[in-house]
Design a protein around this ligand. Sequence first.
Ligand SMILES: NC(=O)c1ccc[n+]([C@@H]2O[C@H](COP(=O)([O-])OP(=O)(O)OC[C@H]3O[C@@H](n4cnc5c(N)ncnc54)[C@H](OP(=O)(O)O)[C@@H]3O)[C@@H](O)[C@H]2O)c1
Length: 239
Amino acid sequence: MQEMSSESGSPAIGTVLVTGASRGIGLDFARAWLERGAQVIAGCRAPNSASALSNLMQEYGDRLRIMQLDVTDERSVETMAGALGNQHIDLLINNAGILHVETLDNMDFASILEQFKVNALGALHVTRALLSNLRDGAKIINITSRMGSLDDNTSGGYYGYRMSKAALNMATRSMAVDLKSRGIVVVAMHPGMVQTDLTRGFGMLTPAESVAGMNQVIDKLTIEQSGLFLHYQGTTLPW
Ligand SMILES: NC(=O)c1ccc[n+]([C@@H]2O[C@H](COP(=O)([O-])OP(=O)(O)OC[C@H]3O[C@@H](n4cnc5c(N)ncnc54)[C@H](OP(=O)(O)O)[C@@H]3O)[C@@H](O)[C@H]2O)c1
């Protein structure tokens, strides 16, 4: 495993696994950690059509490992974990996510269920499958959204997205408690309003700007912060 020093002087991150790395924020997480010298395992649903991710192979060669991963498919999750064998992971970024729109007048329960499967259960599946790979002292970042905050919900709607991210937030709290004895830090992180396919290109930040902010926060994370809901700029958000 290649070691690298972090700018903050916090423990070195050798291997990073990011889910949903084909595009958007996940792709920029993969790129940023490669630039920082880490080994990156990039999970994506359809590796053959993840051309932007594949292009990173030309620059970073075998420091990037692209693996098929559909976080809603237990077999896919288990196959990836099996292929990793006893490879250690220092940083797990549960990033894969989807957003669909529902209103009280136009409700699609199948769509709501699908968002739960990806946004909430996906992170749980992946984390459980990788428990033995995660180093003691590792970090787990669950990419959530402010839209999953109960306190912050003053505009309504988005039933599936809001409910599934609130469920992910609760899973984050349980993981933080359950993994504390191993020194593993688990946080929920809001990436800001980012220009990706999920927002149809609308947002205040590019994916690279969002990831740069989140990585600064990740560098400084301590076990005392485990179980928090953090903004990409490091402030604590209300649940
Ligand atoms: N953009 C924002 O403003 C914003 C704000 C708050 C939170 N977030 C969160 O940030 C995360 C990344 O979002 P984004 O904006 O980068 O969205 P995006 O550009 O739409 O990318 C979503 C990623 O998730 C992957 N994905 C979807 N379903 C999957 C599944 N079943 N298994 C594995 N991967 C799957 C997609 O893969 P495919 O290419 O195969 O579809 C893609 O790589 C999400 O969790 C989102 O909720 C984003």
